[in-house]
Design a protein around this ligand. Structure first.
Ligand code: FAD
Length: 451
C-alpha cells in the first residue's frame, strides 16, 4: 500500500520536531501536525519562558549583593508588564525559528488537531492522510486536584500571561515547577505561600538537597506549609480563602490580594487523539512503550511526556532521535534512561545526576554505600556577608569505588552538574574525581577535593 507519508508525527514539541527533522534528514517523507504554536511546552510555556523569568528574578539578589562590592544601594522594582511582554516576544521569535527549521528540513507542517481514524490514518482538521509509521509526541498538560473551588486556581501555563503581579501567590504542590515559581515570584516582590502534602518539597530528589533548598526558601521569606491538605477554596472580594487541614485540625486562612497556582502535576494529553481507533494501549494515563519507544502497535511509536518516563526536554529529543536513527537512518540504538541529569531552577539552584542516597541504599544496602558531603559559603558571598551556602554530595559504591550519584545545591549547579554527569555516565570512580585537578578558586573544585 502506498502511504502519503513515510512518517507522520503528532505534536510539534521537543520530541516531535527533533524526530521529524532527523527522519527527514535521512530522506524520509515526513509530515507533522500541531494545533498550537510550534515548539511545544518547553518553548511556549515551560523551560524557556520559565528560565527567562528565573534570570529576571535573580537581579533582586544581584542588586543587593552588589552593595557588598562597592556599588551603591539600588531600590528597584521590576516592570512586570514589560518583562512578560519581552519574554513572550522571545517565545514568538523561537516559534518562527522552528517553522524555518522544519521548512529547511522539508517537513510538511499541518496546522490542526490530529486524530487517529485507524492505525495508519490520521485526520488533521479536514485533511485525512495515511502514514507507514507514526510517532505520537503530544506531551502533557497540567492537572488540578479535585478540591472544591479549584477553578479559582490558575496553572503554570497561565503565569506567562498575567497582566500584573498579584500581592500574594498561593502555590499548591511541592514539585519542581511549584518550587521554581515560588522563587521567581518571591524575588519579583510577591508574598509566596507554598502548600505541600509532605514534610518536604521536591519528593524524589536526594533528601539533603530537598532540605537544603527548603531551608533556603524559608530563610528567604517564602512560607512553606508542610503536611497540609486544602479542603476548600473560596474566592473573596480581594483574594482567596482556603480551609486547610493539618494534623487533623482544620482552619480557615485568608490570603488577601492573592491568586492561586495549582502546580500539582501533569498528565499525558491523550484526550481527542482517538487512540482506541489506532489500537494503542494506555496505562495509568500514559502511552505504554517498550525500550524502542514502540507502542502496542508495532508501526506506531511514542516519545516524550506522553509516555511518562522521564519528563524532560532532552529526554524527549533523545528518545525521538534514537527512534529516527534506528528506523530511518540504519543506525539502530536505544536511548539510555540511566543517569539522566536534571536541575531545579530554584534560587539557590540545584542539580543532580544518578542515584540519590536513598535509592543507592535501597539498591545496594546501607553498608555498601559511602557518601561524601561538603557545605560551605562560596567566596562570592564573603564581601556581601550573606549566609548563602553551597552543598555538594557524592554517593559512592564502596566495593567498586564507582560514583553512583552527584548532587548539588548552589550557584551554577546545573552548569556544573552537566559536566559531572559525563563522568558519572562513563562510570567514573571516586578515585578519578580525586585524581582530577581542581580549577581554583571555584565552587566546582570541591567536587574533586571531597574527603
Ligand atoms: P511537548 O513539548 O509538550 O509537545 C507536545 C506538542 O503536541 C504540543 O505542542 C501540543 O500542542 C501538541 N499536541 C498535543 N496533542 C495534539 C494533537 N492531538 N494534534 C496536534 N498536536 C497536538 N524540561 C526540562 O528539560 N527542563 C526544564 O527546565 C523544564 N521546565 C519546565 C517548566 C514547566 C513550567 C513545564 C510545564 C515543563 C518543563 N519542562 C522542563 C518539561 C518539558 O517542557 C517537557 O518535558 C517537554 O516539553 C516534553 O516534550 P514533548 O515533545 O513530549 O511534548
Amino acid at each position: 500500500m502506498a502511504f502519503d507519508f513515510d512518517l507522520f508525527v503528532i505534536g510539534a514539541g521537543s520530541g516531535g520536531i527533533a524526530t521529524a527533522r532527523r527522519a527527514a534528514e535521512y530522506g524520509a517523507k515526513v509530515g507533522i501536525a500541531e494545533f498550537d504554536r510550534l515548539g511545544g511546552t518547553c518553548v511556549n510555556r515551560g523551560c524557556v519562558p520559565k528560565k527567562l523569568l528565573v534570570y529576571a528574578s535573580r537581579f533582586a539578589d544581584h542588586f543587593h549583593e552588589a552593595t557588598g562590592y562597592g556599588w551603591p544601594s539600588q531600590d528597584l522594582i521590576c516592570d512586570w508588564p514589560r518583562l512578560i511582554q519581552d519574554v513572550n516576544n522571545e517565545v514568538e521569535r523561537l516559534n518562527g525559528i522552528y517553522q524555518k527549521m522544519l521548512d529547511n528540513s522539508k517537513v510538511q507542517v499541518l496546522k490542526g488537531l490530529a486524530q487517529f481514524l485507524d492505525p495508519h490514518t490520521v485526520k488533521v482538521g479536514e485533511t485525512v492522510m495515511t502514514a507507514d509509521r507514526l510517532l505520537i509526541a503530544v506531551g502533557g498538560q497540567p492537572v488540578k486536584p479535585n478540591i472544591p473551588g479549584i477553578e479559582h486556581f490558575i496553572v503554570s501555563d497561565d503565569l506567562f500571561h498575567l497582566p500584573t503581579l498579584p500581592q500574594q501567590l498561593v502555590i499548591l504542590g511541592g514539585g519542581y515547577i511549584g518550587v521554581e515559581f515560588a522563587g521567581v515570584m518571591h524575588r519579583l516582590g510577591v508574598k509566596v505561600t507554598q502548600i505541600i502534602r509532605r514534610d518536604k518539597i521536591l519528593w524524589g530528589f536526594d533528601d539533603d538537597i530537598r532540605q537544603e533548598i527548603q531551608d533556603a526558601m524559608i530563610r528567604d521569606g517564602i512560607e512553606i506549609l508542610t503536611l497540609t491538605h486544602p479542603q476548600t477554596i473560596e474566592k473573596t472580594t480581594d483574594g482567596l480563602s482556603l480551609q486547610l487541614e493539618r494534623e487533623g485540625k482544620v482552619e480557615t486562612v485568608d490570603f488577601p490580594g492573592a491568586i492561586g497556582l495549582a502546580a500539582t502535576g501533569r498528565q499525558a494529553k491523550l484526550d481527542q487523539l482517538g487512540l482506541e481507533l489506532a489500537g494503542v494501549t494506555v496505562e495509568k494515563s500514559a502511552i505504554v512503550v517498550n525500550e524502542l519507544s514502540q507502542t502496542s502497535q508495532p508501526h506506531i511509536y511514542a516519545v516524550g511526556d506522553c509516555t511518562n518516563r522521564i519528563n524532560l526536554t532532552p529526554v524527549a529529543i533523545n528518545e525521538g532521535r534514537a527512534f529516527a536513527d534506528t528506523e530511518f537512518g540504519g543506525r539502530p540504538r536505544l536511548m539510555s534512561h540511566e543517569n539522566v541529569p536534571s536541575a531545579i531552577f530554584s534560587t539557590p539552584e540545584a542539580a543532580t545526576v544518578g542515584l540519590t542516597e536513598t535509592q543507592a541504599i535501597a539498591q545496594y544496602g546501607a553498608e555498601a554505600i559511602k557518601t561524601y558531603k561538603t557545605k560551605f559559603r562560596p567566596m562570592y558571598y564573603s564581601l556581601p556577608n550573606l549566609a548563602s551556602k553551597t552543598l555538594m554530595k557524592l554517593v559512592v559504591h564502596q566495593e567498586t569505588d564507582r560514583v553512583l550519584g552527584a548532587h548539588m545545591v548552589g550557584d551554577y549547579a546545573a552548569e556544573i552538574i552537566q559536566g559531572v554527569a559525563i563522568a558519572v555516565k562513563m562510570g567514573a570512580k571516586k578515585a578519578d574525581f580525586d585524581a582530577t585537578v581542581g580549577i581554583h578558586p571555584t565552587s566546582a573544585e570541591e567536587f574533586v577535593t571531597m574527603r
